[in-house]
Design a protein around this ligand. Structure first.
Ligand code: ATP
Ligand code: MG
Length: 569
């Protein structure tokens, strides 16, 4: 288990656990679980639940957290998803030790529980169609109507249920229902379905079963079988809690975990529903689950997020009882904060413009020193070859600049980072397009390292690479996937709200030669540009590929400052 802060911020869930420990409700045990359904890749919302459940286990003496695959819906589940979920949780820094479970391993156990409910007159086989069941259920304002099959004798129910299992009936002809209360104000208690017939192969149990338990029936019982103490889930299950408790109470189980609900994470400019994420993948709106623009753990990883930055983000978001939308700027801020500390600084030019230093001897190469981190000498430094021909960023030059432009322009002097002062003396244009093709400069040999003996003031410092020594690279500028703050909250189909400029590929970038050994997933700050990560999926011997994690502009800081000012007023 990763070392976590000794005193994490408290929240209402920890308060409940503290109280349960005080009253010795579970004999001093704290056992949580993370219960994903293997029907998609994990996203940042799941990370919140993972940090919460595994975090609680780590913070209480003897605490445990199980990883349980809640795999009772065979239509959409697969081993691929199981493996991706395991690897994402490990990458985030959590460990389930030997506590890996599958609800599908409990199928026989669950079946026996259902038989018990039937024997006790608490469940019956209903032969209404799905449509009829819906009609009989009533509405929030109208009570439901009892099924004509509700009074079937236990013997008949047992026989039918056994034959359902044996595959004697067509899909949809019968279901097993709990016998609770068709007039309950809580719709979940109006004789909810516990089992349905589905002739679908299960990725783990194959064709062993043709009846499958529902989520509500499975979940509490799996928690109980594993002797979970605190079953933490999201708010939409609040209305299911009476059913969760009903099942465990009716079966008189000793292990009766407490279900506690918290608000799910919503992020602005993002969708966090698996159904929608699957649609993005399947319809080809993104390149896959680990597309760097996806809010999946694997997408964020490929984009350059560190596990620490995601964990810090989850801690910061906190745990609440009310739904809200968290600003995606906070997630980006967490990445910046962590990468600022750990990412070596290097120079890369994304849109190169050739600079020729007329008074620099042809063929001469100097090795200039550039520290990898301004505040961390331990990171060391690298040599930057300086030569007569360089590349600078196209936007760092303007032929006809406004007053406030302090970068390179005709007649103006700038500092090359760790290099020399250069002054632009002339430009050469492409006679077809009229664009500036190259810029001629002179350098002042007295200014090596970026300062001058006469102390003259140079306003602008720009980054550069040596034309001959730099390496070619492709850089992918990832931006938000959606154009609106709450894509799930709009009436329009969410795929029409996709940001068509969410990915820009720059294929003629140049990076400094020290990056020749950069390995997949290594993260850098490209000076003045942002944080970038070597792509892990498209390795190529010729060209390095980088994904932009975040720019250097921290909009979250701005949001906080604005908030502070508002409060002062
Ligand atoms: P989705 O609604 O996106 O399909 P899900 O809840 O169906 O997600 P599960 O695999 O069942 O996905 O989720 C596993 C656990 O993660 C559950 O306990 C669920 O409550 C939690 N979880 C899912 N989405 C979020 C979220 N956005 N914020 C916090 N927890 C979440
Ligand atoms: Mg779910």
């Amino acid at each position: 288990m990763t070392k976590r802060e000794p005193f994490p911020p408290s929240n209402f869930i920890r308060d409940i656990i503290d109280e349960d420990l005080r009253t010795n409700k579970y004999n001093g045990r704290v056992a949580t679980r993370f219960p994903p359904e293997p029907n998609g890749y994990l996203h940042i919302g799941h990370a919140k639940s993972i940090c919460l459940n595994f975090g609680i286990a780590a913070n209480y003496a003897g605490g445990t957290c199980n990883l349980r695959f809640d795999d009772t819906d065979p239509t959409k589940e697969s081993f691929e998803y199981v493996e991706s979920i395991k690897s994402d949780i490990q990458w985030l820094g959590f460990d389930w030790d030997d506590r890996l479970f599958f609800a599908s391993d409990y199928f026989e156990h669950l079946y026996q529980y259902a038989v018990q409910l039937i024997k006790d007159g608490k469940a019956y086989v209903c032969s209404l169609s799905a449509e009829e069941i819906r009609k009989y259920r009533g509405t929030l304002t109208k009570p439901g109507k009892e099924s004509p099959y509700r009074t079937r004798p236990a013997e008949e129910n047992l026989d039918l249920f056994k034959r359902m299992r044996a595959g004697e009936f067509e899909d949809g002809t019968h279901v097993l229902r709990a016998k609770i209360d068709m007039a309950s104000p809580n719709l979940n208690l109006r004789d909810p379905v516990l089992y349905r017939i589905r002739r679908v192969s299960h990725y783990r149990t194959g064709d062993e079963w043709c009846i499958y338990p529902t989520y509500d029936f499975t979940h509490g019982l799996s928690d109980s079988i594993e002797e979970i103490t605190h079953s933490i889930c999201t708010l939409e299950f609040e209305d299911h809690r009476p059913l969760y408790d009903w099942i465990l109470d009716e079966l008189k189980l000793d292990s009766h975990p407490q279900q506690i609900e918290f608000a799910r994470l919503n992020l602005s400019y993002t969708v966090l529903s698996k159904r929608r994420l699957i649609e993005l993948v399947e319809k080809g709106h993104v390149e896959g689950w680990d597309d760097p623009r996806m809010p999946t753990i694997s997408g964020l990883r490929r984009r350059g997020y560190t596990p620490e930055s995601i964990r810090n983000f989850c801690d910061r978001v906190g745990v609440a009882k009310r739904d809200s939308i968290v600003d995606v700027a906070l997630l980006e801020h967490s990445a910046r904060e962590d990468l600022n500390r750990r990412a070596p600084r290097v120079m890369a030019v994304l849109r190169p413009l050739r600079v020729i230093i007329d008074n620099y001897p042809e063929g001469k190469v100097e090795e200039l020193d550039g520290p990898y981190h301004p505040e961390d000498d331990g990171m060391g430094s690298r040599k930057l070859p300086f030569s007569r021909e360089l590349y600078i960023e196209r936007d760092d030059f303007m032929e006809d600049p406004p007053k406030k432009f302090f970068r390179l322009a005709p007649g103006r002097e700038v500092r090359l980072r760790y290099g020399y002062y250069i002054t632009c003396v002339s430009v050469v244009k492409d006679h077809q397009t009229g664009d500036v093709a190259e810029v001629h400069c002179t350098y002042d040999p007295e200014t090596r390292g970026g300062w001058s003996p006469d102390g003259r003031r140079v306003r602008g410092t720009i980054h550069w690479v040596s034309a001959d020594h730099s390496l070619p690279a492709e850089v992918r500028l990832c931006d938000r996937l959606f154009t609106v703050e709450n894509p799930s909250g709009e009436s329009a189909d969410f795929t029409t709200l996709l940001n068509s400029n969410s990915l820009e590929r720059l294929t003629s970038c140049r990076v400094e030669p020290s990056l020749t050994a950069a390995t997949p997933e290594s993260r850098y700050q490209f000076e003045r540009l942002g944080y970038f990560c070597v792509d892990s999926r498209d390795p190529s011997d010729e060209t390095l590929v980088f994904n932009r994690t975040v720019t250097l502009r921290d909009t979250w800081e701005k949001i906080l400052r604005r908030e502070e000012e508002r409060q002062k007023r």
